[in-house]
Ligand binder design. Structure first.
Ligand SMILES: Cc1cc2nc3c(=O)[nH]c(=O)nc-3n(C[C@H](O)[C@H](O)[C@H](O)COP(=O)(O)OP(=O)(O)OC[C@H]3O[C@@H](n4cnc5c(N)ncnc54)[C@H](O)[C@@H]3O)c2cc1C
Ligand code: FES
Length: 291
C-alpha cells in the first residue's frame, strides 16, 4: 500500500458538502476482456459494466488495482451495452501495475463520477493533447451528430504518442470536420504545439464552443484565448483524487472540488480559480505545489 494512503490530508476550506451514497459508489469487480497497446506509454483496457453505460462524456471512474491504489480515469469509450474502455498512460506506481494487468485479471471500479461535458451545437473546436484526448473521444462521438462544423486539433510530443488517430478518422468519415494533427518534433502532421494552431483559428473564425483537455499549461493557454475571443470553453481538469465524492478535499482548486464540481469546468468557473489554475495543485500531503 502506498505511503500516501496513510498520510493525513490537510482539508481545504470548502463549500457545504451534501453527499448521499448510491449504486455508483459501490465497488464493482470487473474482469479485463482485452488489452490494447495504444502507444509506447498508453494502453487501453476493455471491460463490461452496466453503470458505465450511463456515463456522460467527460465523467470518470475510480479504478482500484488490488494491492496498490485507486486512481481516477476517464472513459475513452462508452457504449449502451456497458462495453467500456479506459486508456491509461504509465506515469507512476499504480499505472505501471495496471499496465502489467492482462486479459482475465480483475479490477475494482466505482462511479461514473463528476460533471461531464455539456453538449452544444454550432461551430465547435475540440483540442486535446496526449492522454487528454481520452475524455474527448466519447464527446466527439456525440458531437458529430450535433455540430454544424467540427474542428479537431490533436497534439502529442511525437508521432508514437499520438492517440486514437484511426478511431478519429473513422468517427469523422461521414461528417464535415477539419482535423489538424501536430507533433512537437514534427514527426507527424504539422510541427509545433496545438495551442498555436488554436490561436490562429480563433483569430479568423467565430466558434460557439471550445472543448479542451490535456496538460494543464495547455488548458490554461486555452482559457486565456477563450477570454480574449469571448468564446465559451469547457475543460477537463486533473487533480489528486481520493473519495471522488466531494468529501476529502484532496482535489480542491480554489473553492471548487474537481471530483464533484468538475472535472469539466467552464470558462466562468475557471475565472473563479484563476490564482491556482495552471499554477498550483495539492500534493499527497495536502501542500500546494507547482503544477
Ligand atoms: C478526472 C481524472 C481523469 C483522468 N483520466 C485519465 C485517463 O483517462 N488516462 C490517464 O492516463 N490518466 C488519467 N488521469 C490521471 C491519472 O489519474 C494519474 O496519472 C494517476 O493517478 C497516476 O497514478 P500513479 O500512481 O501511476 O502515479 P503517481 O505516482 O501518483 O504520480 C506520478 C506523476 O503523475 C502525477 N499525478 C498523479 N495523479 C495525478 C492526477 N490525478 N492528475 C494529475 N497528475 C497526477 C503526480 O504528480 C506525479 O508527477 C485522470 C485524472 C483525473 C483526476
Ligand atoms: S473531495 Fe475527495 S476527491 Fe474530491
Amino acid at each position: 500500500m502506498k505511503g500516501r494512503m496513510q498520510t493525513e490530508l490537510h482539508l481545504q476550506k470548502r463549500s457545504k458538502v451534501s453527499t448521499s451514497f448510491n449504486a455508483f459508489d459501490h465497488l464493482r469487480i470487473v474482469r479485463i476482456r482485452r488489452v490494447k497497446i495504444e502507444s509506447p506509454s498508453a494502453k487501453t483496457f476493455v471491460f463490461q459494466d452496466k453503470l458505465c453505460a450511463k456515463a456522460e462524456p467527460g465523467q470518470f471512474i475510480m479504478v482500484w488495482i488490488p494491492g496498490v491504489d485507486e486512481i481516477p480515469l476517464s472513459l475513452s469509450t462508452i457504449t449502451p451495452n456497458g462495453r467500456t474502455l479506459i486508456t491509461v498512460a504509465e506515469v507512476g506506481e499504480t499505472t505501471k501495475t495496471l499496465h502489467e494487468r492482462k486479459r482475465g485479471d480483475i479490477l475494482g471500479i466505482r462511479g461514473p463520477y463528476g460533471k461531464g461535458f455539456t453538449l452544444t451545437s454550432g461551430n465547435i473546436m475540440i483540442i486535446g493533447g496526449g492522454t487528454g484526448l481520452v475524455p474527448l473521444m466519447p464527446l466527439t462521438n456525440k458531437l458529430v451528430k450535433l455540430s454544424t462544423s467540427l474542428t479537431l486539433l490533436l497534439g502529442a510530443k511525437t508521432k508514437d504518442e499520438l492517440l486514437f488517430l484511426d478511431r478519429i478518422s473513422q468517427t469523422l468519415s461521414k461528417v464535415d470536420a477539419r482535423v489538424v494533427v501536430m507533433t512537437e518534433d514534427g514527426s507527424h502532421g504539422l510541427k509545433g504545439i496545438v495551442t498555436d494552431q488554436a490561436e490562429q483559428k480563433l483569430a479568423n473564425e467565430k466558434f460557439d464552443m471550445i472543448y479542451a483537455c490535456g496538460p494543464e499549461k495547455m488548458m490554461h493557454k486555452m482559457f486565456l484565448l477563450a477570454e480574449r475571443h469571448h468564446t465559451p470553453l469547457q475543460t477537463s481538469l486533473e487533480r489528486l483524487m481520493r473519495c471522488a465524492m466531494g468529501l476529502c478535499g484532496s482535489c480542491m482548486i480554489g473553492n471548487l472540488r474537481v471530483c464533484k464540481d468538475g472535472p469539466v469546468l467552464t470558462r466562468e468557473q475557471l475565472r473563479t480559480i484563476k490564482k491556482e489554475f495552471g499554477k498550483l495543485k495539492l500534493d499527497f500531503t495536502g501542500r500546494k505545489i507547482a503544477v
